[in-house]
Design a protein around this ligand. Sequence first.
Ligand code: FAD
Length: 553
Amino acid sequence: RRTWVFVPYDRINDRIGPLAKLAPAEAGLILIESHAKGRNRPYHKKKVLVVLSNMRHFALEQQARGVAVIYRNGPPSYGEQLLELQRELGLPSIHLAEPAERELRKDLETWQAKGLDLTIGPDDAWLSTAEDWSAVFGDEPASAPQVGGRGQRQFLMERFYRYMRKKTGILMDSPTKFVGGQLSFDADNRQAYRGEVPVPTRPSYPPDAITLELIEWLSHNGVPSIGTFDGFDLPVTASDCRAYWQFALKELLPNFGPYEDAMSSREPMLFHSAISALMNVSRILPQDVIRDVADAYDRLQLPLARAEGFIRQILGWREFMRHIHRVTDGFRTVEQRPDPPSNRSANEYSALLVKERNDAAPDRPATPSALDAHRPLPPAYWGVPSGMFCLDTATSQVMFQGWSHHILRLMVLSNLATLCGFSPRELTDWFWVAYVDAYDWVVEPNVLGMSTFADGGITGTKPYVSGAAYINRMSDYCGKCRLDPRKSTGPGSCPLTALYWSFLERHQDLLGSNQRLRMPYNTLNKKSASERTELRNRAERAIRQLEAGDLVD
Ligand code: FAD
């Protein structure tokens, strides 16, 4: 008799979870495609492809290993299909690792209450456990912060990362001594890219018969989606995923660190690994990634700063964010300020789909907005040109590819939204549907926490905001833009600088005493009343134009 194991869409690997403990002849694998999931949100077409094509290839790979496979494709949710299956086939308890996504956990709980018999074990695709988190931060829940006030619960990623380095022994000379004598080499990673080092050509994996069949099926079944199938070239087999990671390790990582924060219109992907979509469905495992990077350092193939910088992203940031989501129950324990209903234009088709879904959901998504930001996300995010080169470059890349690197997410897309006061929930939902690597445990803490400060400072110590000077320094965008980054007011000025100062002015009560913002507030306080009014007017004009879907001028 076989032990039946449910492997969800984001744990497609036989080296983790209950499947890892079974010989092929003892294992039964259940894979499920749920139309309910696909209809929940208008996901990017390339995300749907990368997930489903990897799942279908995984099914064949497991069959070839001798595992019995049940593959279901149906309208109901995962939990409902599992219960149907259990009843139809008389299956005993179905085994699985604790789901990573809150949404899936909730779905399964609903059907467990109706009779679904599950045996849920730990999820060893993570590098850390709830106990690790508690060892660093204690057991106190992360609940409703008083924004910026005393008693604010704050979690510093660095503390967690320090603990994780010691726990795993990665890049350690001894149990307490970090290789190179320090925890982090972050300061080395601040260069703009001017073409100094050529960016290697990435391997491309054009659609095979299975992916083409999916494209055909998805095109004719009215599944709501955004983006395009054109140009899909992500790996979908286990061996191609492995080969892609080896390419990233050998060819990209040696230059990742120095150009990590750079933005280039000629080289949109620069030296970023772009492994997140594959790692978030477990085709590439984080434990392999950090081990390979540490080995490359040991073999002198990677300098320490490069190796440490990359390991920090995964052993530090990725694990940290997932725990933030867990301890805030997806931010539901944070003070809620629901967005007031807003009128929308017809071209915000996708935003409407998301909103309808949110309104219909019994378990409404969290809408913290510590900065009281409630403006609807403007059409520019859905691909309508804004005339701001940085924004249009970012959104057209995302609409096509379903991916952009971290700094475009943080310092272009989120920065503008935070400065303008666009709703953090709408921004989160936009990221969730637009990116191939978005899942609730990672997209919600990154947007509601790190990038917009909607959580009031649980995740980060201050909002990540900047004016035009930062974009000009770190990218080649401003040279190609109609708007001048050196001018902050008047016709043809880049609105980012005016938006930045009026943002600080608007939130002075809340942020004025934040030590990390002392310098900009000192500068703001020296500005005359008329200068401030001019900046405010410039900022408001840009917001009105963005909201109307007009070009910013
Ligand atoms: P690299 O730059 O090569 O970094 C390597 C890996 O480190 C990434 O693949 C990722 O797994 C991990 N990592 C780095 N930073 C983070 C972080 N802040 N949180 C979690 N993991 C991190 N990442 C997602 O995987 N899914 C998302 O939906 C997502 N949404 C984001 C939204 C915003 C507003 C911001 C600021 C960041 C978001 N991130 C998200 C984090 C990060 O931007 C992406 O993981 C990264 O850009 C993916 O590209 P990469 O694989 O080339 O990463």
